[in-house]
Design a protein around this ligand. Structure first.
Ligand code: NAG
Ligand code: NAG
Ligand code: NAG
Ligand code: NAG
Ligand code: NAG
Ligand code: NAG
Ligand code: NAG
Length: 497
């Protein structure tokens, strides 16, 4: 049972078709940590050649996909240093020479951290987020920063600084979000993997839209310090990758930060998890005897071209799971309703205070940059889509002192207990449901409707997101539009994160 969620991820990986075509020195298409390391350590490619191949890929396709906000000018010189270390026989780190991208809300020295907001274009951190330091120390090469939905507040991945990122599988559709730049970049083979953040759906939605693997860790597992915040209760950091092994390596490195005094929720982590290798013994497991609850309330039963493909793919997945020996129960409790769960969302109470605190982190002085939430949202140098203006107005005047905030926290506690009760009553190993009730929305839509991520966001329970299938091919989507599934487990104890 130790690796359950990631083992399920491996199971679904076996069903993945591949996309994209291009020739280059090192073939970046569907490359993995293992394939990069094989090329490197058999001296077929140097680290400079590998990093160059990914940069060439970005230069060729980013003008169409628009996933990257800025490139790291140091990427090639870092690759040269790694080549010197190979020559010196000094190779350490599970991400040695692995090209990665960071969502542009992660502080990384040498890059600006913009939240994809014009008013933060000159915000230059002088300290890495601890997870960024961990990624560098493991040998990762940061290629650049990715677009996100402005300030990570919606799921369309359109922003004042980065414009609209498009879905590589269907350019008429969004890439999900808010970590949509990372999702589109990884789906387009711009990097081996990338990082994201998730306050309600934001790691899993781009994974859903890009046929990718992702995790949202148990609340507290990974420090969020040095990442532009929204919600103390709901924010999490995580990674997006093309295969479960690479995802597990990224998880292992990110979780190695352990307790961080700058993010006190990390005190919840059992200390032994700091050195746990989540990528060990991923293969060869069996799903036989597991019990999954399928959340019926997270489907939209109204037939339509946007919903039927999701329902069909999920029915097919349930069939495959049963074939693998899993018992799948129909969970019909009325609490599993995303519309009512949305009423418990506490972002508007926490956003302003946390963001003001983030702005006190050491930054390069002398550049025009807002000093507060109020200054930013008075600047007119930001994008707020129509459906969000109420949220911003409310965040101006709301705080953790509101009595309704405490009431919401109590309701979240009750929800978490009710979720635990669902697991116990049905003797479940995991809950499963589609990430989104409908296909990822088209560019220009008012919101990323139909997503189910809020259950994990409120309760802090871990999720692994796996690709589940595709809608039928169409002119806009020659392979079909990707459809993903969430696997939600118990805190810390179940396999993943
Ligand atoms: C190996 O490289 C690391 C990172 O540059 C360095 O800190 C360490 O001293 C090197 N070890 C040896 C034996 O050269
Ligand atoms: C990053 O911020 C610095 C100042 O803090 C500024 O000089 C530089 O132009 C910014 N970079 C970009 C690409 O905007
Ligand atoms: C933990 O940190 C949050 C955000 O900085 C703060 O609001 C809270 O009071 C802290 N909790 C404890 C117990 O120190
Ligand atoms: C369910 O799908 C139908 C058809 O696409 C749509 O009109 C409706 O708004 C959806 N309902 C929900 C709750 O998402
Ligand atoms: C689950 O139960 C609901 C409510 O009774 C029903 O509508 C739905 O068809 C059931 N799903 C399955 C797969 O049996
Ligand atoms: C929080 O309290 C302020 C001040 O009383 C009020 O204006 C605001 O509407 C409240 N916010 C919410 C979401 O209730
Ligand atoms: C939490 O659940 C308890 C027990 O069911 C109930 O009495 C209480 O009113 C609930 N609290 C909230 C805030 O919903």
């Amino acid at each position: 049972m130790g690796r359950l969620l990631l083992q399920v991820a491996v199971f679904f990986w076996l069903f993945q078709p591949t996309a994209w075509a291009l020739n280059s020195a090192f073939d970046v298409r569907e490359a993995s940590i293992d394939s990069v390391h094989t090329a490197l350590f058999t001296r077929i490619s140097t680290c400079r050649e590998i990093v160059s191949a990914f940069i060439a890929r970005i230069e060729e396709f980013n003008p169409t996909i628009n996933a990257i906000i800025s490139l790291n000018a140091e990427a090639l010189s870092i690759a040269d240093k790694l080549d010197e270390r190979i020559a010196a026989g000094n190779v350490t780190g599970s991400l040695f020479c692995i090209p990665i991208v960071l969502k542009d809300n992660y502080d990384a020295v040498g890059t600006n951290t913009t939240g994809a907001c014009l008013d933060l274009a000159h915000s230059k951190p002088l300290e890495d987020a601890p997870i960024v330091t961990a990624l560098r120390q493991a040998g990762a090469v940061i290629l650049g920063k990715t677009n996100l939905h402005e300030m990570a507040l919606e799921g369309l991945t359109v922003s004042s600084l980065g414009g609209q990122t498009v879905n590589p599988y269907d350019k008429t559709r969004t890439p999900g979000g808010s970590s949509g730049g990372t999702g589109a970049a990884v789906a387009s083979n711009f990097a081996i993997l990338g990082t994201g953040t998730d306050t309600v759906n934001s790691l899993r939605s781009p994974a859903n839209a890009g046929s990718l693997f992702s995790f949202r860790p148990t609340r507290g597992l990974i420090s969020r310090a040095g990442v532009i915040p929204i919600s103390f209760t709901q924010d999490s950091v995580g990674a997006i990758a093309r295969n479960p092994k690479d995802l597990a390596v990224a998880l292992t490195v990110m979780a190695s930060v352990g307790f961080d005094p700058n993010d006190n929720v990390t005190a919840l982590v059992p200390p032994e998890l700091k050195s746990k290798d989540y990528s060990a013994s991923l293969y060869g497991g069996s799903l036989k005897g597991l019990r999954f609850g399928f959340v019926d309330g997270f489907l939209n039963h109204t037939a339509s071209p946007e919903t039927t493909p999701v329902n069909d793919v999920m029915a097919d997945m349930v069939h495959k799971l049963k074939g693998a020996g899993v018992t799948v129960l129909n969970i019909t409790e009325s609490i599993y309703n995303t519309a009512t769960l949305a009423a418990l969302d506490v972002q508007i109470y926490e956003f302003r205070e946390l963001f003001d605190a983030y702005l006190t982190r050491p930054q390069l002085g002398g550049s025009p940059r807002p000093d507060s939430f109020a200054e930013l949202y008075s600047s007119f140098k930001f994008l707020v889509i129509p459906g969000q203006s109420g949220m911003i107005r409310s965040a101006f005047v709301s705080s953790t002192a509101n009595t309704t905030y405490l009431d919401s926290l109590r309701k979240i506690q009750n929800l978490t207990q009710a979720l635990d009760a669902t697991f116990v009553r049905n003797n479940l190993d995991a809950l499963i449901y589609p990430q989104q009730k409908n296909l990822v929305v088209r560019v220009g839509s008012p919101s990323q409707s139909g997503r189910n991520g809020i259950l994990a966001a409120l309760t802090g329970r871990p999720v692994v997101h796996v690709p589940a299938g595709f809608s039928p091919p169409s002119e806009d989507a020659p392979i079909g539009v990707p459809i993903g599934m969430e696997i939600l487990g118990r805190p810390f104890t179940v396999g993943c994160c």
